[in-house]
Ligand binder design. Structure first.
Ligand code: NAD
Length: 264
């Protein structure tokens, strides 16, 4: 175990189970000495999150559905009450009605559009504001995005539009908080089989396509995203803000199907 995060405390939102990207980031930070608080969405997930938290020595587990201002206020009040200040914050939350994560983007109705933007983009702005208010200088905020923000990816639809807004919000918040010494970044992760990913149409095709065509000719692993999260949350990245950092085995910069990739 290292000491990169010794004496640092952080709040991580978005753990659903042991395959969650939020959990991979938590493990990487805990291995470097960080103290971590977790939130969960709804009672069913509490049963999953508590034992995971306990496995890294944390009993600080609180409810927070980010569609509610009251729940966000209550969660951050609880963190402030127990810890006073924090040093890092992770938002690994996204949601869209999966009926619309297939077919045409054009067919997205208003309520589905607004909910996806609310949960997948506005919730980072709203939690980042609350996190920054109790953050020590040198603190770091991190969210998770996907390449569907920058390029067309089949089935990603409204989530791609929400992620594009999320990535823009990273830059605006990085400027808002820069003079306080607080950094704001995103990781754009390659596809990983998680609970959220299972809602995306033809996800296994996406995994295969990335495996065959990424520069490294494989898919990215959870632990690799966790370690890159650690870098962005730690003092190793004090000069980095407003950044969307791709952790996808190079796939984001590929311009063409690999000549050796099998036909699919
Ligand atoms: P996951 O299902 O493990 O995590 C998604 C989390 O969002 C869950 O913990 C869920 O409880 C939470 N959430 C949804 N609505 C919420 C609400 N209203 N209030 C509070 N929490 C809510 O899946 P994951 O893949 O680890 O997703 C984490 C983030 O990573 C998401 O933003 C996702 O878009 C992003 N991402 C995932 C991939 C991938 O391939 N898995 C790739 C790039 C980016």
């Amino acid at each position: 175990a290292g000491t990169l995060m010794q004496g640092r405390r952080g709040l991580i939102m978005g753990v659903a189970n042991h395959r969650s990207i939020a959990w991979a980031i938590a493990q990487a930070c805990a291995a470097q000495g960080a103290e971590i608080a977790f939130t969960f969405q709804g009672e069913a997930l509490e049963k999953r999150v508590r034992p995971l938290a306990a496995s890294i020595g944390s009993d600080f587990v609180i409810p927070c559905d980010v569609s509610s201002d009251e729940q966000m206020d209550a969660a951050f009040a609880e963190v402030e009450k127990r810890w006073g200040k924090i040093d890092f914050f992770v938002h690994a939350i996204g949601f869209a009605n999966k009926e619309y994560l297939r077919g045409r983007y054009l067919d997205t109705p208003r309520d589905v559009f607004l909910q996806a933007l609310d949960i997948s983009c506005f919730s980072f702005t709203a939690t980042a504001k609350r996190a920054a208010a109790i953050m020590n200088p040198g603190g770091s905020l991190l969210t998770l995005s996907y390449l569907g923000a920058e390029t067309w990816i089949p089935h990603y639809n409204i989530m791609g539009v929400a992620k594009a807004a999320l990535e823009a919000s990273v830059r605006y918040m990085a400027a808002d908080l820069g003079q306080d010494g607080i950094r704001v970044n995103a990781i754009s992760a390659g596809p990983i089989k998680t609970l959220a990913a299972s809602g995306i149409g033809d996800f296994s095709y996406m995994l295969k396509w990335n495996q065959y065509n990424s520069m490294m000719r494989r898919n990215v692993g959870l632990e690799e995203v966790g370690n890159s999260g650690l870098y962005l949350l730690s003092p190793l990245s004090t000069g980095v803000t407003g950044e969307v950092h791709h952790v996808d085995c190079g796939y984001h910069a590929v311009g063409m199907k690999h000549p050796d990739a099998p036909d699919m």
